[in-house]
Design a protein around this ligand. Structure first.
Ligand SMILES: *[C@@H]1O[C@H](CO)[C@@H](O)[C@H](O)[C@H]1NC(C)=O
Ligand SMILES: *[C@@H]1O[C@H](CO)[C@@H](O)[C@H](O)[C@H]1NC(C)=O
Ligand SMILES: [Ca+2]
Length: 274
């Protein structure tokens, strides 16, 4: 894999959770929202957006569909997504940083589906918004409290935050909601917090939250978790404080029982362990 030492040196200072371990670039996804590029899926889930809809989604958030070059630039600084999305001019593809058999055919680079003749096909979207207000980062401490930007004041419009949590191997992440108030709407289509039991926002979806009800605590299945907060172009609210703590592994029990016994408070999922 080609590395960009200069970028890397910069990043290292800004995001201490980053680095190479066992030859794999870890926590790469969450960098500064990857130079203005971010992934967006339809309100109803993966692969729901026609080209026109994908374009509208990005424009509604003040940006536009990313070009291939913008996506590649983001990829080079670590933007990794296992989901095909529309780019500008009707091109479809996705950026792969970490080679894996499930995604990207074991290669790195933009997996390019080319310019689509049929623009009614449904994919996700890659938006580019250099003015979007991003926040987030990579967190490796055993506990931390996330707050919406500006908290205790209201958060702003057009906010995109990714918080990526990685605790020690074998530990799990418990998320506790301390204070929660996002613009209310029935299906959380405007402003929302999404939680993923995984290291990206594609696998291990746990839930989407808005309004002012405090959700119950959530425990990961593995040692990583991702929180994604988006606000749209109008109406803000009080924001949130969300605490996470690393839980030590439960006492070892033999073989298969280890999983089944500990299931009660844990999510079913298999994307958590890295
Ligand atoms: C275009 O794609 C849509 C969605 O996959 C499909 O329903 C439609 O039949 C396709 N149109 C053509 C002309 O292939
Ligand atoms: C697994 O747990 C079940 C019930 O909790 C018990 O009956 C069984 O003997 C256990 N098996 C092992 C291998 O410990
Ligand atoms: Ca809003």
């Amino acid at each position: 894999m080609v590395v960009f030492p200069f970028f890397f040196a910069l990043l290292w200072e800004r995001a201490p959770g980053w680095g190479f371990k066992d030859g794999v670039l870890h926590n790469s996804i969450w960098l500064e929202r990857a130079a203005g590029v971010y992934h967006r899926e339809g309100r109803s889930g993966k692969y729901q957006l026609t080209y026109a809809e994908a374009k509208a989604v990005c424009e509604y958030e003040g940006g536009h569909l990313a070009t291939y070059q913008q996506l590649e630039a983001a990829r080079k600084i670590g933007f990794h997504m296992c989901a095909a999305g529309w780019m500008a001019k009707g091109r479809v593809g996705y950026p792969i940083v970490k080679p894996g058999s499930n995604c990207g055919f074991g290669k790195t680079g933009i997996v390019d589906y080319g310019f689509r003749l049929n623009r009614s096909e449904r994919w996700d979207a890659y938006c580019y918004n250099p003015n979007g207000k991003d926040c987030g980062g990579v967190f490796t401490d055993s506990k931390y409290i996330f707050k919406t930007p500006g908290y205790p004041n209201e958060y702003e419009n057009d906010q995109i935050c990714y918080w990526h949590i990685r605790v020690k191997y074998g530990q799990r992440v418990q998320i506790q909601f301390v204070d929660f108030d996002l613009e209310e709407d029935a299906s959380c289509m405007s402003d929302y917090l999404e939680i993923y039991d995984s290291y990206d926002d594609v696998n291990g979806f746990v839930g989407r939250y808005c309004g002012d009800e405090l959700p119950d605590p959530i425990v990961s299945t593995g040692n990583v978790m991702t929180l994604k907060f988006l606000s749209d172009a109008s109406v803000t609210a009080g924001g949130f404080q969300i605490k996470y703590v690393a839980l030590d592994p439960p006492k070892k029990s033999a073989g298969k029982n280890a999983t089944t016994q500990s299931n009660t408070n844990y999510l079913a999922g298999k994307f958590g362990i890295m």
